[in-house]
Design a protein. Structure first.
Length: 307
């Protein structure tokens, strides 16, 4: 199995045995890690149960999870006195059937908090898969094959609760902004792969008042669609040799430009799909720093002057 598909179709790895063809370790079962800071996304009305979750690890530290039915939001705060008042919701990927929650969630949130940004990892509800690993692998392989070539309007996204959970996360962060000492007008989202598609849907489909103030769109499909005239600013990053979303140019960037909305695009020479905070030896290791520099350029890392 290619490295890109290990990270995108994370749950498929639950059905793998031995070692992947590229030398990456197969995913092994794991007890669920402690998540003491996780906040039920809908309060007392939060659906589901943590008991449905099936956890594993890719290598010694990268946790992955499938069958999430109980959505949560986990905050990562900057060190005291270091917060700049901005907040970012982090949406990991995993083909809407799993979450690469360390690689594209907790690691990203910690890196943002180190830069003074309060970050929140969104563990959103997933399409349910068979409990048996082999049956789950077969199910997810069949689902993914149907999606190839139609990533923006495919069945996986339509079946997903991810956009609804992302909207709820934005609402929760804004409603708790005083408690968490963040600016409710500087709340954005950064998503990876399926998380990027989730971010895009919230940026375009949600009512204006419920949209994020900015969007990080990391290795999402580049297909075009109509962009509203008041869409939030977009930071778009992808490797040009992305195995899951082969290079079609940057049509979604052009759509943002056509709507006269702020947009920046980074097309890295290499890195494939699922590079997270960066593949060693490639320029995409600078992605998060570029995202933060872009936020600063947009004025999101400092309080807005009162009118």
């Amino acid at each position: 199995m290619k490295k890109s598909l290990i990270f995108v179709a994370v749950a498929l790895a639950f059905a793998q045995a031995g070692t992947a063809q590229n030398g990456s370790p197969a995913l092994t079962h794991s007890a669920a890690p402690a998540e003491p800071a996780a906040i039920p996304l809908y309060g007392k009305d939060t659906p589901g149960s943590a008991s449905t979750e099936i956890w594993g690890r890719m290598g010694p530290r990268n946790f992955m999870v499938r069958n999430v039915t109980r959505p949560t939001l986990t905050p990562f705060f900057p060190k005291p006195g270091k917060s700049n008042g901005a907040a970012v919701i982090v949406a990991p990927g995993g083909a809407f059937m799993g979450l690469a929650i360390t690689h594209e969630g907790w690691d990203v949130a910690r890196a943002l908090a180190d830069r003074g940004i309060t970050a929140f990892v969104l563990k959103y509800r997933l399409i349910q898969t068979p409990a048996d690993d082999a049956e789950a692998g077969k199910f997810m392989g069949q689902m993914l094959m149907k999606e190839i070539g139609t990533p923006m309007d495919g069945a996986l996204l339509k079946q997903s609760f991810a956009p609804a959970d992302a909207r709820a996360a934005i609402a929760m962060v804004r409603s708790s902004s005083a408690k968490w000492k963040i600016d409710p007008n500087r709340v954005g989202i950064i998503g990876f792969s399926a998380g990027a598609m989730t971010s895009r849907r919230v940026a375009i489909d949600a009512p204006a008042a419920e949209r994020p103030n900015f969007v990080g769109y990391i290795y999402g499909p580049q297909d075009a669609e109509a962009v509203p005239a008041d869409a939030p600013p977009l930071f778009n990053a992808i490797a040009l040799n992305d195995n899951l979303f082969p290079n079609k140019g940057f049509a979604i960037t052009q759509a943002w430009l056509a709507a006269k909305r702020p947009v920046e695009v980074h097309g890295y020479q290499t890195g494939d799909h699922g590079f997270g905070l960066g593949a060693p030896g490639t320029t995409n290791t600078g992605m998060l720093g570029q995202f933060v520099a872009w936020l600063d350029m947009q004025g999101f890392l400092k309080p807005k002057a009162a009118k």
